[in-house]
Design a protein around this ligand. Structure first.
Ligand SMILES: *[C@@H]1O[C@H](CO)[C@@H](O)[C@H](O)[C@H]1NC(C)=O
Ligand SMILES: *[C@@H]1O[C@H](CO)[C@@H](O)[C@H](O)[C@H]1NC(C)=O
Ligand SMILES: *[C@@H]1O[C@H](CO)[C@@H](O)[C@H](O)[C@H]1NC(C)=O
Ligand SMILES: *[C@@H]1O[C@H](CO)[C@@H](O)[C@H](O)[C@H]1NC(C)=O
Ligand SMILES: *[C@@H]1O[C@H](CO)[C@@H](O)[C@H](O)[C@H]1NC(C)=O
Ligand SMILES: *[C@@H]1O[C@H](CO)[C@@H](O)[C@H](O)[C@H]1NC(C)=O
Length: 357
């Protein structure tokens, strides 16, 4: 009994079958007209005048076939994988000296993302650029986004003592590489690995599109527009556009005519020669209250975003003093709000001593 009821209900009666046919005949006529209409629109109306549909433009992938993105090279692939939807990412460059030791600098750098406020998720958008094989292996071991930067005939393996020839060479290679990233259409935060990220910097960087470059300072003079600030290229955010690409070209062009100067000094010289204004570049100099360092401590641990081991000569000294910063940070976070006003950073003793010999 139950079965037959089900049969009746599920098989159409003659009457309903007839209705079904009629409806679909109407549908068919309607669909045919729609199809012809669309065909007309797509064939005869120029693409920018099409009224009904506008397809999203494919996102800068070199070529897309059968839903498969084919990259022209490895760098485009890692940039695409690492960046946010708005083509923004974080870039750090490491060599062997930064992945070795009792506590490698790279590990300490990653500790910052773990201990910081709202910084953990940023790891997904961090690209580690390794200039030698050991650094690359360490990066993949840590399961980060990694890219191996090849440089013909140059050994970037050892620690590069501040201002040694190899140090300067490595700095220039970095400028060339970062200019290339801009040319590929990516915005980025460049960070040295001796910068501890204690808070998410995007909240303190201005989203205003008129700002092409927001760069940290060794000493902040109180004016975010003043070129009298001492810039530090160890942390900055830059947008990809014709102005910033021109800046990097002008910067790199000085490579062979800047003996004894590191790339940061060359950029500062360019700035004082009016290059920023000449290019119409929107530049903001970052307050050390938020983007601080050993040259000038942040005056507010309740707002500090980054701490850079600048004004320091060796990796060992940086690691020692940044470890102290981690302890300071834990102490500050453990204390009540009314106690952070009395907070003071520990002295950067190892870094002070690093200049003594
Ligand atoms: C096509 O790409 C999209 C987005 O990457 C993905 O979600 C989808 O599963 C892919 N489809 C096929 C058939 O591979
Ligand atoms: C990209 O998106 C992030 C997250 O929404 C935002 O903080 C950042 O300012 C954006 N970058 C640019 C260059 O607009
Ligand atoms: C961005 O900065 C420019 C120049 O300082 C200013 O005129 C403009 O109002 C700012 N835009 C926003 C959305 O704040
Ligand atoms: C900040 O510096 C800019 C550029 O030098 C200058 O035009 C402006 O007057 C300065 N602002 C203050 C408050 O001093
Ligand atoms: C190098 O710089 C000096 C002045 O700083 C300039 O006179 C000279 O033309 C430059 N040489 C090249 C090759 O750019
Ligand atoms: C901070 O506030 C707590 C209670 O809110 C109080 O017990 C403590 O004494 C205060 N500490 C200082 C240094 O004022």
């Amino acid at each position: 009994m139950k079965n037959s009821t089900a049969m009746v209900q599920s098989s159409p009666t003659k009457e309903s079958l007839c209705q079904f046919m009629k409806n679909h005949a109407v549908d068919f006529t309607f669909l045919s007209l729609l199809f012809i209409g669309l065909l007309y629109i797509f064939i005869f109306v120029p693409s920018n005048n099409r009224p009904l549909f506008s397809f999203p433009k494919p996102q800068c992938h070199p070529s897309t076939m059968f839903n498969m993105t084919i990259y022209t090279d490895e760098l485009n692939k890692v940039l695409d994988e690492t960046s946010m939807p708005n083509k923004t990412l974080i870039i750090a460059i490491v060599n062997k000296a930064y992945v070795e030791g009792d506590k490698p600098m790279l590990d300490l750098f990653m500790d910052g993302f773990w201990l910081g406020e709202e910084t953990r998720a940023l790891k997904d958008h961090l690209l580690i650029v390794a200039v030698d094989q050991t650094a690359y292996q360490r990066c993949t071991f840590l399961q980060l986004h990694c890219y191996k930067l090849e440089t013909d005939g140059v050994d970037f393996v050892g620690e590069k003592i501040y201002m040694s020839d190899d140090f300067i060479k490595m700095m220039w290679r970095r400028t060339l590489f970062l200019g290339d990233v801009l040319k590929r259409g990516y915005n980025f935060i460049f960070t040295d690995t001796d910068v501890l990220w204690l808070r998410n910097p995007f909240s303190r960087l201005s989203p205003n599109e008129t700002l092409d470059l927001q760069i940290s300072t060794d000493l902040f003079n109180g004016n975010e527009s003043s070129e009298a600030n001492h810039i530090n290229t160890g942390f900055y955010m830059i947008r990809s556009n014709t102005k910033t690409i021109a800046l990097f070209d002008a910067w790199y062009a000085k490579k062979d005519n800047s003996t004894g100067m590191k790339e940061q000094d060359v950029l500062e010289t360019l700035m004082h020669d009016g290059a920023f204004r000449g290019l119409g570049l929107g530049v903001r100099f970052l307050d050390t209250r938020y983007f601080s360092g050993f040259c000038e401590n942040s005056k507010d641990v309740g707002a500090v975003v980054t701490v850079h081991a600048n004004c320091c000569r060796s990796i060992n000294a940086k690691v020692a003093d940044l470890t102290t910063v981690v302890h300071d940070w834990k102490r500050a976070r453990g204390s009540r709000a009314n106690e952070t006003t009395a907070f003071e950073w520990s002295k950067h003793e190892a870094c002070t001593d690093s200049w003594k010999n």
